[in-house]
Design a protein. Structure first.
Length: 246
């Protein structure tokens, strides 16, 4: 829910500040046409999901994740649009929306890997492991201990390589999350700077208006003093004339 609120807050601020696409946080995902959708009601099918999300563009792929044993939906999916710009519309409009009393979470996907590729990798790993075990059994039967040790060493190296690859993938994901946080912090800093500049301009404008009002007050006071002086001059003029005549 925090992710949903954070995305909505950033979208709202960018809309208020009229930020263009290249400065928006969406620009980071300009090369990916996939989005992640969480919070899907469990009884919806792929066709239902496509009907809902096709409002903002043509969908070319919909992978609703299901439990392999029961076949039931897990409540999240990956969707690909024909036009990448449709992903921006989907994230802006569907994130935080209610669907059958469930709150949707919609976000970009930087790099999407199809499930078939993952299954193929697992299958190849199982085959290679099975082949290695078969060789090991054959070598144990023939009593070739040296070859058996080589196979065990290869298995250990393979396991190490697999562990290193997993660690690298984790490091990449962590780095991506850090980059995303940095980008969001930069956008927030830009927004704060713009708001501060706006406040300063408003303050300067207020000061200028006050100065103009003060100047007008001073001019009115001068005019009042001149008028009073003229009135006094008019009052004293007859007296002067009478005193001269005497």
């Amino acid at each position: 829910m925090n992710v949903v609120k954070e995305i909505n807050r950033i979208n709202s601020r960018e809309a208020n500040l009229a930020i263009n696409f290249e400065a928006s946080w969406h620009y980071k995902y300009k090369d990916s046409a996939y989005i992640f959708v969480g919070g899907i009601p469990y009884d919806l099918t792929e066709g239902d999901v496509i009907c809902v999300f096709s409002q903002f563009g043509e969908i070319v792929d919909c992978n609703l994740i299901r439990d392999k044993e029961t076949g039931k939906s897990k409540g999240f999916a990956f969707i690909a649009y024909e036009d990448q710009r449709s992903t921006v519309l989907a994230v802006d409009n569907f994130n935080g929306a209610k669907l059958l009393d469930r709150t949707l979470r919609v976000d970009h996907v930087a790099k999407y890997r199809a499930p078939k590729e993952e299954d193929e990798k697992k299958e190849n790993k199982k085959k290679s492991k099975a082949d290695a075990e078969g060789k090991w059994m054959h070598n144990s039967e023939t009593g070739n201990s040296e070859e058996r040790r080589d196979n065990e060493k290869q298995e250990r190296n393979s396991d190490r390589e697999t562990g290193k690859e997993k660690d690298k993938n984790k490091d990449r994901e962590v780095e991506k999350d850090r980059d995303r946080e940095r980008e969001r912090d930069k956008n927030h800093e830009r927004e704060r700077t713009r708001e501060e500049e706006k406040r300063r301009r408003d303050q300067d404008k207020t000061h200028d208006e006050r100065d103009r009002e003060r100047q007008k007050d001073k001019e009115r006071d001068r005019d009042r003093d001149r008028n009073r002086f003229k009135e006094r001059e008019r009052d004293t003029e007859p007296r002067r004339k009478r005193s001269r005549s005497r």
